[in-house]
Design a protein around this ligand. Sequence first.
Ligand SMILES: *[C@@H]1O[C@H](CO)[C@@H](O)[C@H](O)[C@H]1NC(C)=O
Ligand SMILES: *[C@@H]1O[C@H](CO)[C@@H](O)[C@H](O)[C@H]1NC(C)=O
Ligand SMILES: *[C@@H]1O[C@H](CO)[C@@H](O)[C@H](O)[C@H]1NC(C)=O
Ligand SMILES: *[C@@H]1O[C@H](CO)[C@@H](O)[C@H](O)[C@H]1NC(C)=O
Length: 313
Amino acid sequence: MSYVFLFLSPMQKAAQWLLPCLLLCAAWSCSGFTDESNALNFVQRKVLPRVAPPPKLSTAQSGPMEPWLIQHKYIFACHHKAGVYLMEDLFKIVSGVLGAKDSDMGHWIQPCYPGACFFPEAPFQIWVDLYSYERAQEAREAAGAKGIRVVGIVRDPMSMIVSAYCYHHRGMEPYNIMFFPEGTLLQLGPKEGLKFVAERMLTLVENMTSAFEQPFNDTFHLDYEKVTGSSQGFDDQVEEMMSFLFQDHLPSEQISLVLNITQFVDLHRFPSTSNHTNDEECEDEVRKYVPSLPPELLSRYRSFQERLGYAAT
Ligand SMILES: *[C@@H]1O[C@H](CO)[C@@H](O)[C@H](O)[C@H]1NC(C)=O
Ligand SMILES: *[C@@H]1O[C@H](CO)[C@@H](O)[C@H](O)[C@H]1NC(C)=O
Ligand SMILES: *[C@@H]1O[C@H](CO)[C@@H](O)[C@H](O)[C@H]1NC(C)=O
Ligand SMILES: *[C@@H]1O[C@H](CO)[C@@H](O)[C@H](O)[C@H]1NC(C)=O
């Protein structure tokens, strides 16, 4: 076994080194889920690294290829209940493995919890709960000739609200301001609760829809249903994403390393023991209440579905 290791490239060694670390840290972050006693915990869990920062490749390994400094400004965009955790992991793995410095990696979440927004000018950005058509246009203008490359994760809007109810009803993220007053959703049954989350998430889902309903040649839609549906779907989506983002600006070893390491955040390969995945039973049950949403709200969500190419449910 060890002789095989000798023949691995430095990057493969880095990958091997990273595996136990990723797993350990995943386990570590689970233990942090037990008691959320203050808002800072919430921010740390929601926003700060849940996987260890990947080892930086040395300059010799990464070479002068730093497309985020030269080619484009990169934005990872996600919205609550549409793969925020996954996008944060992909963001950290992609930017970290390619050798971006911490100060090259900016975060922005709305509302901006203490300590959760930093490096607004960084060439790699992750934007949580704020991306919209208008913000995309502003980012395009701000980037000028350099242009932007965006990865946005898109999920069926009706599934987002069903998932939000199940997730918050069992007490997750009590400090999430979107669903204040705190504890409200613990009290509400599925009918009232689904209406509550649908109202609270309306602008956010409208924004996701406006940003992604039409294709842009600088934007890649990461399909939530595909990327979470199977390992094959995960690999296909991440590979397409990488080639969209970097085209031929990176050595193939770097791309392979990123693809290899991202596999650790595929929940089909490494099921999460943390609590943030809902059980299907809850979602199946709550989905039955979709038709009893107030008609106007229901038709808004159905129009989001249609605009994004999902069958209306
Ligand atoms: C990922 O890298 C590890 C270590 O180098 C290797 O054993 C494994 O086969 C790779 N997996 C894939 C899918 O390339
Ligand atoms: C995790 O989920 C279980 C069952 O849904 C629940 O009883 C428990 O309180 C949850 N833990 C946290 C920290 O939310
Ligand atoms: C929705 O988009 C608008 C316009 O860009 C922005 O002002 C607002 O903050 C966004 N809200 C959410 C919740 O995404
Ligand atoms: C994207 O489309 C715009 C026009 O909408 C065009 O000016 C630009 O060259 C295109 N970029 C790429 C990378 O195809």
